[in-house]
Design a protein around this ligand. Structure first.
Ligand SMILES: Cc1ncc(COP(=O)(O)O)c(C=O)c1O
Length: 354
């Protein structure tokens, strides 16, 4: 605490990101990054664009918006681009949620939501999940000030069917419903198809997970042009160039190289079911995930101990010291080789040789 801090700087509760270690020998399965590198097309485009760094980037980012729009059969005025979906989320809280009106989000969910709520002075109600960790749909009806949840939810990985999402939106006609689809490319289907029907639906996606670009920082929102304009108003009151030239150039190619995206995404989905089966055989309970991670707990070995022992042996997974998650580990899906190394270490920890 410093006497120079504003009351805002004193009050906020900053988000604590997963560890980023500078040791390349560590197998990093703690922040849901993609284990595969970005497409070569992306690298080449970034290299080429670096010659233009003298110039400011496009403040309207038309080409990338149009590429993303085409992917979903929508015009570019349905698309907003930000510096990672975290930034898009922050702008959305500012653009659509009102201080004094309570928003809803699940009690177990992405831990940035309470951080933004506090930062923007928005009150909230945390909705308890069902006993099986699914979202209790009816409890999201009739919110005071809007609502947000990830689909699939994080860190559970559990997917909510579109029919259920539709019911939630129908029961909140006067408020914005934000679906954070950070992991949707590993799941059944996106809620983007509902955008034409519901002017109050905002879908947020990222290139950090399925497009292997966590380091480039590109996130985007898809919604009715009225909502997109609201986001533009906030962005242009803050920084007109939140997305840089290299990121724009790389992201355009990441969308264009659909073949590479399909290949890497399918490999991760295959590895997810492999890891699930292998962990089940080792007496883990596993939530049914449609994301690029599994939330697991071992029937006998305590999660924090397992986390620490894995870390000592060069494998980083995510442990949350939070109510309801004390005995869970979140494991990002790695390459088959990384998964095999993880399983060997787990075998060693849970069945130490005599
Ligand atoms: C549910 C959810 N939303 C948003 C994000 C932020 O992604 P990014 O800012 O990298 O686009 C994450 C990152 O882990 C996430 O888990």
């Amino acid at each position: 605490m410093s006497k120079f801090w504003s009351s805002l700087a004193r009050q906020v509760n900053p988000y604590i990101p997963g560890e980023q270690l500078n040791d390349e020998t560590i197998i990093k399965l703690n922040t849901n990054e993609n284990p595969y590198p970005p497409s070569n097309q992306v690298i080449q485009a970034i290299d080429k664009e670096s010659k233009n760094l003298r110039l400011y980037p496009s403040p309207t980012i038309d080409e990338l918006r149009s590429e993303i729009g085409n992917m979903y059969g929508l015009s570019q005025d349905h698309i907003f681009i930000g510096n990672g979906s975290d930034e898009v989320l922050a702008f959305s809280f500012m653009a659509f949620f009102e201080p004094g009106k309570r928003i809803k989000y699940p009690e177990i969910t992405y831990s940035f939501y309470p951080v933004y709520a506090k930062l923007f002075n928005i009150s909230f109600e945390q909705i308890q999940l069902n006993d099986d960790y699914t979202i209790p749909v009816e409890h999201f009806y009739d919110s005071d000030g809007g609502l947000i949840f990830p689909n699939p939810n994080a860190p559970t990985g559990i997917y909510l069917e579109l029919e259920e999402i539709k019911r939630i939106i129908e029961n909140n006609p006067n408020h914005v419903v934000i679906i954070d689809e950070a992991y949707i490319d590993f799941a059944k289907e996106s809620a983007v198809s509902l955008i034409d029907t519901f002017p109050n639906l905002l879908v947020i996606q990222t290139m950090s997970k399925s497009r292997s670009l966590a380091g480039l920082r590109i996130g985007f929102a898809i919604g009715n042009p009225e909502l997109i304009n609201g986001l533009e108003r906030i962005k242009n009151s803050f920084n007109s160039y939140t997305v840089d030239r290299l990121a724009i150039a790389g992201a355009i190619e990441a969308i264009k190289d659909n073949k590479y995206f399909q290949q890497t995404t399918s490999k991760i989905i295959e590895s997810r079911s492999y890891l699930e089966k292998q962990l089940e055989a080792r007496h883990f309970d596993i939530l049914p995930s449609q994301a690029n991670f599994l939330l697991v707990s071992h029937k006998e070995v305590n999660a924090e101990i397992l986390y620490q022992k894995l870390k000592k042996q060069g494998i980083l997974v995510r442990y949350f010291q939070k109510p309801g998650l004390e005995n869970f580990l979140r494991i990002s899906i790695g390459t088959p080789e990384q998964i095999d190394k993880l399983l060997k270490k787990i075998d060693h920890i849970i069945k130490p040789s005599p």
